[in-house]
Design a protein around this ligand. Structure first.
Ligand code: MRU
Length: 338
């Protein structure tokens, strides 16, 4: 994996052969973004299978269950992580009649399938979403929902890439995304590599640009979408959605169906990860607040569905009322056998 904590100034690739090290890398956000941590955790399950000393299937499945627990505990909000780990585990458990080595091979194949599907899903979301983008539009985005946050291509940046590839002249306003600066460090880097015109702004400038008529559409990623259409995404997304509504600007999350959690009825029940206060008090090791200050650092917030214009998925765009539409796209995606 690329170490995303070092981008954009250093491009370092990390390799792991122990699933526990992968779990630590996910927790430290060396890899981040809901679909990316899902695929990474799936490969971590493959490592757990390869390195398990189990000689019996029962023992191997027990080792896999233990690895699944460790991986799922790393980051609680993005449901893609638990979704991918459980999918791999289900595949292994369904093959319990086979010998351990056959199960090891199946687990690796399933992880690879999750990764390959993710790229194809992003391209399909890109094609659906790009239809909403008009020539000349300015798109405001938050955090990084790009190739780095997925296996490749990106969800939100996938839509932006697809519109750009279709020859539309677009401009992207990129929120820096305090405190971890995914927008400034990662989204700006990705867009500049692609030659997509962009302007970096601090998070508190978004309302100003919206009120001056400088934003045509807001596109964001998501870490979990509840059955009623409430959307958990990077902290600051809720404020953008409220501002967008106030200014009559459409607000669309771009979401693979693996991010939709029909088990959660509404956003209030989505667990919100609280992270290390140092992410707020320090920037790259440099203190910016008095030492000992009391800090809150919720990594995500929930946007109630009334602020959401539509949800772009690989199976099409879902519009309100979201309940039925989200169920339909989820069932359609699952009918392919995932
Ligand atoms: O804490 P992060 O950087 O993992 O949060 C990422 C986001 O909030 C993204 O918007 C979301 O995961 C979607 S990525 C395609």
């Amino acid at each position: 994996m690329i170490d995303q904590t070092l981008l954009p100034h250093e491009h370092v690739t990390l390799a792991f052969d122990d699933y526990r090290e992968v779990a630590r890398a996910i927790k430290e956000m060396r890899v981040r973004g809901a679909p990316a941590i899902g695929a990474t955790a799936a490969f971590a399950m493959a490592l757990a299978a390869q390195h398990s000393p189990a000689r019996t299937t029962e023992h191997l499945l027990a080792d896999l269950r233990e690895a699944a627990e460790v991986l799922i505990a790393t980051r609680p909000t993005a449901v893609n992580l638990a979704w991918a780990v459980r999918r791999v585990l289900r595949r292994a458990e369904a093959a319990r009649d086979l010998a351990p080595d056959a199960i090891r091979a199946l687990v690796l194949a399933e992880a690879q399938r999750i990764a390959d599907e993710d790229v194809a899903i992003n391209k399909r979301m890109g094609a659906h979403g790009a239809r909403l983008i008009r020539d000349g539009d300015t798109i405001l985005t938050h955090c990084n929902a790009g190739a780095l946050a997925t296996v490749d291509y990106g969800t939100t940046l996938g839509v932006i890439r697809a519109a750009h590839e279709a020859g539309k002249r677009i401009h992207v306003l990129v929120d820096e995304t305090r405190p971890f600066l995914q927008g400034a460090r990662l989204t700006a880097w990705e867009l500049m590599q692609e030659g997509i015109p962009m302007t970096l702004i601090t998070d508190n400038m978004a309302g100003h640009f919206m009120s001056r008529g400088r934003v045509n559409i807001v596109l964001v990623g998501a870490d979990r979408v509840a059955a009623n259409g409430d959307v958990a995404n990077k902290i600051g997304t809720y404020s953008l959605a409220v501002l967008a509504k106030e200014n009559g600007i459409p607000f669309y999350p771009v979401v693979p169906t693996s991010t939709i959690d029909l088990e959660i009825a509404a956003g209030d029940d989505i667990p919100i990860e609280e992270r290390d206060p140092r992410e707020v008090t320090h920037i790259r090791g440099v203190p910016i607040a008095p030492s000992g200050v009391h800090v809150a650092n919720p990594a995500f917030d929930v946007t109630p569905h009334r602020y959401v214009t539509g949800i772009i998925t690989e199976e099409g765009i879902v519009y309100p009322p979201f309940g039925l539409g989200l169920r339909q796209v989820k069932e359609k995606a699952e009918s392919y056998g995932a």
